[in-house]
Design a protein around this ligand. Structure first.
Ligand SMILES: [Zn+2]
Length: 238
């Protein structure tokens, strides 16, 4: 049996996690936590590269981010749908890994796969906790769900300082050579590598500035925070 996972990131596509919360996962792994990534699709619809290329690259990115577990489901790329079948596929993984925290994509956005993955993930986490649901494994419901908001311009409720992890996170994204290396295929669609670096850095810097650090990743939680000692709050107001 797999030992319980501290944190599981669920995303629609291979390389989503690298863009939205890879630094956070690496930071936790460096602190000795067990981290995992579940990609819902295998990337067979991508303009560049094949599903096999992406699998190899996802493995390399996972190594860089020091994740303990990474797998991809067989949900069709470009057609992530919130069906009962798909919810069961995700619920099985939740039961198997027993994560305390799950990171989902934010529930709004440009790409339908991204926002659908959000509701699908949420409902699968709920299902996984139903004792009478007849799928393999013991019922398990994550203690906490947080949403990675980087793809969507919403104000996060908190950010994670990834200043120390930024370079590795960028290297993990660049591990997707079939997507990001300079090439003629899809040239009008994909920015050049130098441009990607600039974009990724600008976003991380922006969220870092919101909390007074160099680089950060943004998250949103639905619940109200519970505070014991107001004098220990971490971020200055003025
Ligand atoms: Zn994506």
């Amino acid at each position: 049996m797999t030992p319980p996972t501290d944190i599981l990131a669920i995303a629609a596509h291979r390389d989503d996690v690298e863009q939205t919360c890879g630094g956070t996962l690496l930071k936790l792994a460096q602190a000795g936590r067990r981290t995992a990534i579940l990609d819902l699709t295998r990337g067979e619809m991508g303009t560049r590269g094949t599903a096999e290329d992406r699998e190899r690259e996802a493995g390399e990115a996972a190594r860089i981010l020091q994740v303990s577990w990474r797998e991809a489901l067989d949900i069709p790329d470009g057609r992530v749908e919130n069906t009962f079948d798909n919810r069961l596929k995700v619920a099985r993984v939740v039961r198997r890994l027993r994560p305390r925290v799950v990171i989902l994509p934010y529930w709004q956005g440009r790409h339908p796969d991204h926002y659908t993955a959000s509701t699908l993930g949420y409902e699968a986490c709920f299902l996984a906790g139903l004792k009478k649901l007849e799928i393999e494994g013991e019922a398990h419901r994550p203690f906490k769900i947080v949403y990675a908001t980087l793809y969507c311009n919403v104000r996060p409720t908190f950010v994670v300082d990834i200043t120390e992890q930024f370079e590795a996170r960028f290297a993990a994204l660049m591990a997707y050579k079939s997507q990001y290396a300079d090439q003629s295929e899809g040239k009008g669609l994909f920015p050049a590598p130098a441009e990607i670096r600039e974009r990724v850095e600008t976003m991380a810097r922006f969220y870092g500035l919101l909390a007074g650090v160099k680089y950060a990743e943004p998250f949103l939680q639905k619940e109200v925070g519970l505070v014991d000692d107001v004098t220990l709050l971490p971020v200055a107001s003025l």
